[in-house]
Ligand binder design. Structure first.
Ligand SMILES: NC(=O)c1ccc[n+]([C@@H]2O[C@H](COP(=O)([O-])OP(=O)(O)OC[C@H]3O[C@@H](n4cnc5c(N)ncnc54)[C@H](O)[C@@H]3O)[C@@H](O)[C@H]2O)c1
Length: 325
């Protein structure tokens, strides 16, 4: 296929992100936009300079016949969109978190696997040059402990402040760092997570304001990850992961840089390339060639990061350590 016909369902904030990359690609054309708020779909079609606006995603799939579908709806809106795409053999990129329960996520995973379509999940950090550098710096080093944090305020989307609609901050937001731990360190064996409330006072909000998760990996590495949305500000430059190696400290600052400190020398590597462009390019190339291996976060792999974050919620709720084996 020379041109990939892309359609989008859910035309809010993250749709802008993907659109800003896709409009740079000469081999992408826009087939359709759909949102339950039609003005959002109209806005995106205007920004793309092409693409029909639909009020029904099924009609869009049948009428626009896209080669690829971007699914950018809130976390509680998944299921039938994916199954209808799979039924029609349409490859899709779905935003994280791809579901709020593993039963649904696994049934989408299995159906997509059976259909043999290309899938991708929006773990954009897997395409960061500084994550590649972190991987390189960790190579051959012995890590014992890792600590990390994603703290900030409450993001704007209307669906964010409740567990029923977002899954909470660990599942909706810090899932990126949990996924980075899996990407860089390997698979987890168990997790214990404690959470607290009482700082954020806001009508309709039912999330934990903060939590601390202790993850034991199958390799024996222990990581502690903080998550919090009680700050009155965002703190770029303060979030990320800190790997305590035998012979060095490696500090990944979220989407900005990675630094290695061996005691005798410090080297800082700053982000040079746009990971969002790389993420969308990889998905479009995978659709064109049918080569799933171009995608760094296929649906089946992303399910394991989702399971880890949902296990944190379960641990907070039950007070128990959750096994992931
Ligand atoms: N990968 C990332 O870095 C990243 C960043 C931000 C958001 N996200 C994820 O993207 C998803 C969307 O987040 P957002 O910030 O764009 O939210 P948003 O609220 O800005 O946009 C979501 C859009 O979906 C529409 N919508 C809701 N239900 C729908 C349905 N059933 N069918 C069609 N449209 C529907 C809403 O009207 C809204 O316009 C979330 O899962 C979020 O976690 C990922």
């Amino acid at each position: 296929m020379d041109k990939v016909r892309v359609a989008m369902v859910g035309c809010g904030g993250i749709c802008n992100f993907h659109l800003s990359h896709l409009t740079q690609f000469e081999d992408v054309v826009f087939a359709g936009f759909m949102d339950i708020r039609p003005e959002k779909a109209r806005e995106k079609a205007a920004a793309a300079g092409a693409g029909k606006v639909y009020e029904d995603y099924l009609k869009m799939l049948d009428d626009a016949r896209p080669d690829a579908l971007y699914i950018c709806v809130p976390p509680d809106q998944h299921g039938s969109i994916e199954f209808e795409a799979i039924r029609r053999g349409i490859p899709f990129l779905v935003e994280k978190p791809m579901a709020l329960g593993m039963e649904l996520a696994h049934s989408i995973r299995d159906a997509a696997g059976k259909a043999g379509i290309v899938t991708a999940v929006g773990f954009q950090d897997r395409y960061l040059d500084i994550i590649e550098k972190t991987r390189e710096l960790l190579e051959g080093r012995v890590v014992g402990l890792i600590d990390g944090a994603w703290l900030g305020g409450i993001p704007g989307p209307y669906w964010w402040p409740t567990y029923a609609t977002s899954g909470g901050q660990i599942v909706e937001q810090n899932i990126h760092l949990f996924d980075m731990l899996r990407y860089l360190i390997g698979e987890p064996a168990k997790v214990y997570c404690a959470g607290g409330r009482g700082i954020v006072r806001r009508e309709g909000y039912d999330l934990h304001d903060y939590s601390s998760a202790v993850i034991t990996f199958r390799s024996g590495v222990v990581a502690t990850l903080f998550t919090g949305c009680y700050l009155d500000r965002n703190v770029p430059g303060k979030n990320g992961l800190h790997f305590r190696c035998v012979d060095a400290d490696i500090r990944y600052t979220l989407r900005q840089s990675v630094e290695i400190d061996t005691g005798s020398m410090v080297q800082i590597f700053r982000k040079q390339a746009d990971q969002g462009v790389a993420e969308d390019r990889a998905f479009i190339d995978a659709v064109k060639t049918g080569d799933q291996s171009l995608v760094r976060s296929p649906y089946a792999d992303a399910c394991k990061s989702l399971a880890l974050t949902l296990a944190c919620n379960e641990s907070i709720a039950t007070g128990k350590e959750i096994s992931l084996i």
